[in-house]
Design a protein around this ligand. Structure first.
Ligand code: DP6
Length: 337
């Protein structure tokens, strides 16, 4: 059955008359941070619009993310430059990006897009989230649409669900919403800062993902018996995380984030065919975290659709964490560099 509402309907509803505007500037440029979910988005209620089954909560990673620069291209095809190299139009990356740009381009218009990212692409570090968020913000500037952040969040979601959270820095909650057109499914900034909070990016393996998060979440929803418990797990974890953020209660934040990630991966392990993103090095790193915690170090992890971990700790533990994980890249999401 055809989805009731298409992506183009959402774009037209948000842009209205602005859809026919010609660019006001010669270039639109914007940065969007990548974000790490502390309570995960896993499963859609609408595949076409990337509408989630549950709400989710993330922290954006300061200056780690993507910068998009978009100009009009006076050639028959779009030109895409990723980290300084032109990307052929038949790669899956370009196809996804061109399909997204097709939603916004006035007839016949072509774009020259330069995307510069300072995080490893496809290493499970939410590169598509900051990619789509930076692109929609750059288009907003190019055409001078002057959209509100919540509207940008809805449009970023059409590219990738988690991109709806990358429109803001700091803590962000993405409300699942209940509407069929998804107009109530957007991010919202949680206005609490936590300067001492650290996220350590632990790259354990740079291989391409075994299966995309998109396919993996669909397979999980369709086949995992444990998925039935996921919405109530999220409701509980979201509540705890919001309280922990308000109270700066690091222990509660860490426990809820780690437990939520493990619950998400448990739903995948019980899917069929089973999905396991962890590699031996992932399990070893988890055991090191647990051993350190046993020894009194307040250290937690979260894991997304890949083998790499993100460690959560406070600044006072940085030396200790670096000692155990020398290759770690430490980010303080609330401190500008
Ligand atoms: C595990 O946002 O990449 O990182 O909406 O299909 O593009 P699509 O999925 P995507 O999924 C992210 C999944 C996750 C958890 C999260 O970021 O909340």
């Amino acid at each position: 059955m055809e989805p009731v509402m298409k992506k183009t309907d959402v774009v037209r509803a948000i842009l209205g008359e602005r859809f026919h505007m010609t660019p006001s500037h010669t270039v639109g440029k914007a940065f969007a941070p990548t974000n790490i979910a502390l309570c995960k988005y896993w499963g859609k209620r609408n595949q076409e619009l990337n509408l989630p089954v549950t709400s989710s909560l993330s922290v954006s990673l300061g200056d780690k993310g993507a910068t998009a620069e978009i100009k009009i291209h006076h050639e028959p095809e779009d030109m895409i430059i990723l980290n300084g190299e032109s990307v052929s139009s038949n790669t899956s990356f370009s196809k996804k990006l061109i399909a997204y740009l097709n939603l916004f381009r006035p007839a016949g218009m072509r774009f020259h897009i330069t995307l510069q990212s300072n995080i490893p692409i496809a290493a499970g570090l939410a590169s598509s989230a900051c990619g789509f968020a930076s692109i929609i913000c750059a288009l907003d500037k190019l055409f001078d649409w002057k959209l509100a952040p919540q509207q940008l969040s809805i449009l970023a979601r059409l590219g990738s669900g988690s991109a709806s959270r990358s429109v803001w820095s700091g803590f962000v909650e993405w409300h699942a919403g209940i509407r069929e057109d998804g107009m109530d499914s957007h991010g919202e900034m949680i206005a609490y800062s936590w300067p001492d909070l650290c996220v350590g990016l632990l790259i354990l393996n740079q291989q391409e993902k075994i299966i995309s998060s998109r396919e993996a979440m669909q397979c999980t929803v369709q086949t995992s018996a444990l998925y039935a418990a996921w919405p109530s797990t999220v409701n509980r974890d979201l509540q705890i995380l919001k309280e922990a953020i308000q109270d700066h209660d690091f222990h509660r934040l860490g426990c809820a984030a780690e437990s939520n990630a493990l619950a998400m991966h448990a739903t995948m392990l019980s899917a069929w065919p089973p999905i396991q993103y962890a590699l031996p090095e992932t399990l070893l790193a988890m055991q090191t975290v647990w051993a350190l915690r046993q020894a009194g170090v307040p250290l937690y992890f979260t894991q997304d659709a890949g083998p790499n971990l993100k460690l959560l700790f406070l600044k006072s533990e940085s030396d200790c964490v670096r000692h155990s994980f020398p290759a770690i890249d430490i980010v303080q999401p609330f401190i500008c560099n």
